[in-house]
Design a protein around this ligand. Structure first.
Ligand code: BGC
Length: 457
């Protein structure tokens, strides 16, 4: 799995993208009447962010969206994945929408279209308005309806030009890291009591999907984080621990979306989901594509009997690691295996979009040219894995690099750089890395000989 696929191994029309998210790049947290989000609250907690930084100025993208659009267009992307922050659009968590914020995103959409790049926004990349969180956040069923209302406000403004939408980014991380263990906002530590947030997010996605389709959207999907779960030892205990983790991270989301039912949670001693009549049918009918963010496999072993959770996550033996160390092993074959397994479980899989894939590596903190061969190797390996899964019949249609830019990596602040483009956070200056040129050339090499400007894909 070393060769980088070229056009001959990818289907005609395969799409290329790169991604960012609003809170990680925008800065300007006080501009245009923005409301507070759970991340404004979380980053103020002592010790919550490793370098004590805030997401201001980050990449200063709210003030200079045209700079990012030029970089996206320079790659020759089919689509650019960015996010809209609920707390900018509805500072009070409800209502008609803040016109200055909506004007901003309308301009971003126009800039992209003018540059020949299809806008592919995410409507929720972890930025719950604080005021909605105070009402229960994803623990409350009512948040699904409030989210759908917000999505309607956005679609009314942008839906004449935006046809493709991601609803939620990585609901698995919101549940596991945000509500179960508290490593991400809102920083709750509810362990298994966090499970209702799975259902309420899926319901919110389904309600939003209906709103978008009613307004003429061409393509709506959700993008989740997935991992390939490996038992540390080939023992019944470790295989059982792996099965529980696989259920909580992956299958509790894929099965309702792709097969209309939750996995058997009670078999693992887990509480049932708060499902009401009609919920599962709405969730199962809600996606035109399935988005997968993939970064690394997860190796688990059975925990001590005294532990409140039945598994421990441990380093993956023999795997090289990214800037996060053993927490983040590199194993491109895991993406291939995950895609093959998902397709085997769900033969009628809708089109699959790889919504994020990428890695951070220790890099010099200056604006000079960065020869990031580690990143190129990581991306090439994973793109090859996608190509092999396509050859085996998995309907993957699009691949997205995380990230276009170095940015504010949540609880890791500015210490982890994922960008194809280096960002000097003091000056805002952008410098494409070697991986930027490599990705641009890869995209160009997969194009048909005659390229029509102004793609609408
Ligand atoms: C998130 C991004 C994040 C990336 C790298 C994904 O889980 O969607 O916002 O920066 O992983 O950690």
């Amino acid at each position: 799995m070393t060769a980088v696929p070229t056009r001959s191994t990818l289907p005609a029309g395969f799409r290329w993208s790169a991604a960012t998210s609003a809170f990680q790049i925008e800065g300007s947290r006080d501009a245009d009447g923005r409301g507070r989000s759970i991340w404004d609250d979380f980053l103020e907690a002592p010790g919550a962010i490793v370098d004590g930084s805030t997401a201001d100025p980050a990449c200063d993208s709210y003030r200079h969206p045209e700079v990012d659009v030029a970089l996206a267009a320079g790659l020759g992307l089919d689509r650019y994945r960015f996010s809209l922050p609920w707390a900018r659009v509805q500072p009070e968590g409800r209502g008609v929408g803040n016109s200055a914020a909506l004007d901003h995103y309308s301009r971003l959409v126009d800039l992209l279209l003018d540059a020949g790049v299809v806008p592919f926004p995410t409507l929720y990349h972890w930025e719950m308005p604080s005021i909605v969180e105070a009402d229960g956040g994803w623990l409350s069923r009512d948040t699904a309806e409030r989210f759908a209302d917000y999505v309607g406000v956005v679609a009314d403004r942008l839906g004449d030009r935006v046809a493709h939408w991601y609803t939620l980014n990585e609901p698995a991380m919101t549940t596991l890291q945000g509500y179960a263990v508290g490593a991400l906002a809102p920083g709750r530590q509810l362990l298994f009591d966090a499970l209702p947030t799975v259902h309420h997010q899926l319901l919110a996605h389904a309600r939003a999907s209906q709103v978008l389709r009613d307004r003429g959207a061409a393509q709506v999907g959700l993008v989740n984080n997935h991992t390939w779960v490996l038992p540390r030892h080939d023992t019944a205990e470790d295989r059982q621990a792996a099965a529980v983790y696989d259920t909580l991270h992956n299958r509790v989301f894929t099965e309702p979306l792709l097969a209309g039912a939750y996995p058997d949670l009670e078999a693992f001693g887990l509480p049932p989901m708060p499902v009401q009549d009609g919920d599962l049918a709405a969730i199962a009918a809600s996606i035109d594509f399935y988005g997968i963010n993939f970064y690394n496999p997860t190796t688990v072993t059975a925990a001590d009997a005294a532990s409140p959770i039945p598994f421990d996550i441990v380093p993956t033996p023999g795997a090289p690691v990214t800037g996060f160390g053993p927490e983040w092993p590199i194993m491109p074959s895991a993406l291939h295996d995950l895609l093959i397994d998902l397709h085997a479980r769900h033969p009628n899989l809708p089109p699959v979009i790889i919504g994020e894939n990428g890695a951070s590596f220790p890099e010099p903190d200056h604006a000079g040219r960065i020869d990031d061969t580690d990143r190129i190797g990581y991306l090439a390996g994973h793109i090859a894995a996608v190509g092999e899964a396509i050859d085996a019949g998995v309907p993957v249609e699009e691949y997205t690099v995380w990230s276009l830019l170095d940015n504010w990596e949540w609880a890791d602040g500015y210490t982890q750089r994922f960008g194809l483009v280096h960002v000097d956070f003091e000056t805002g200056r952008r410098t494409p890395k070697a991986s930027y040129d490599w990705y641009r050339d890869l995209i160009a090499a997969t194009r048909p000989a005659v390229v029509t400007k102004g793609s609408t894909r």
